[in-house]
Ligand binder design. Structure first.
Ligand code: F6P
Length: 319
């Protein structure tokens, strides 16, 4: 292997730049040429590929978003589109690719690998929903952002004796809401991994009031219900003012925290090592603090992310 490419795909996540920097710098230090692919798989298909030197990744370790840009490009599912993408890589003499993104991006990397083009996946998403790793890049930074938002909501909810519903990203994974609930001391958690009964929630809110709680913060994962309609139902059932806040894309932005920078640097460098060893169709993770790599097909099909029941129970215990 003499030339490698790097791209970011899907939803951006804080720490992606630190990972790009690590791939570029580790690659250069091994004597490789490194190319940036701009605009994810969409950019790859359109041949938006440029060589990267060490100064192209100066002053980016601290920056949110992705300097390479990202895109959602469902058309990449089509084999003819991927074939074109491989031709574009070959035009530059690129032998292998590092893909930083979530499960959709891993799917693209798996398909390219199956077509004979070596790829390594790095988990970059705030959702923490990728198997084979305890943490995805961006999760810890987004968690800090959500906890900061919950702290602020607590101030205003307490002042007005209100119930506050906060909708948190994560797609179909409750990790961000769950961890934020524990760290933010929210009263109630609603996550996709646990069955939810609204009448039970109302009863818990009453119990909280009986305990003398001035506010009630309900953390809920997105896509589960319409939180504004839920706020109206809770308000009419409890007689207490209830407001819903959808945190939205604020959760995706901002400077990566130290944790995400360190893990991104480790994972990016490790991806280059794996490519130099001739590995393909692997995805990198951190488990029990150690760098690991798994078969990307297994990661997408048979492997499952364990739900942190311990954190869920803890949050209820401390309510
Ligand atoms: O996967 C990251 C994520 O932010 C999810 O939490 C969310 O459901 C989705 O992306 C939003 O996607 P988009 O930025 O395309 O609206």
């Amino acid at each position: 292997i003499k030339k490698i490419g790097v791209l970011t795909s899907g939803g951006d996540a804080p720490g992606m730049n630190a990972a790009i920097r690590a791939v570029v710098r580790a690659g250069l230090s091994e004597g490789l040429e490194v190319f940036g692919i701009y605009g994810g798989y969409y950019g790859l298909y359109h041949g938006n590929i440029k060589p990267m030197g060490r100064h192209d990744v100066s002053d980016v370790i601290n920056r949110g978003g992705t300097i390479l840009g990202s895109a959602r490009f469902p058309e990449f599912k089509e084999e003819s589109i991927r074939q074109e993408a491989i031709e574009n890589l070959k035009k530059h003499g690129i032998d292998a690719l590092v893909v930083i993104g979530g499960d959709g991006s891993y799917m693209g990397a798996m398909k390219l690998s199956e077509m004979g083009f070596p790829c390594i996946g790095l988990p970059g998403t705030i959702d923490n929903d990728i198997s084979g790793t305890d943490y995805t890049l961006g999760f810890m930074t987004a968690l800090d952002t959500v906890v900061d938002a919950i702290d602020r909501l607590r101030d205003t909810s307490s002042s007005h004796n209100r119930i506050s519903i906060v909708e948190i990203m994560g797609r179909h994974c409750g990790d961000l809401a769950l961890w934020a609930s524990v760290a933010g001391g929210s009263e109630y958690i609603i996550v996709p991994e646990v069955d939810f009964d609204e009448s039970e929630l109302l009863k818990q809110i009453e119990d909280g009031e009986a305990k003398g709680k001035k506010h009630a913060i309900i953390a809920i994962t997105e896509l589960m219900t319409d939180v504004n309609a839920m706020a109206k139902r809770i308000e009419s059932a409890t007689g207490r003012e209830t407001r819903a806040t959808i945190l939205g894309h604020i959760q995706r932005g901002g400077a990566p925290n130290a944790w995400d920078r360190v893990q991104a640097s480790r994972m990016g460098s490790f991806a280059v090592e794996l490519l130099l060893k001739g590995e393909s169709a692997r995805c990198v993770g951190i488990q029990k603090g150690q760098l690991v790599h798994h078969n990307i097909i297994e990661c997408l099909t048979t492997m499952r992310r364990p739900f942190r029941q311990d954190l869920y129970d803890l949050s209820n215990r401390l309510f």
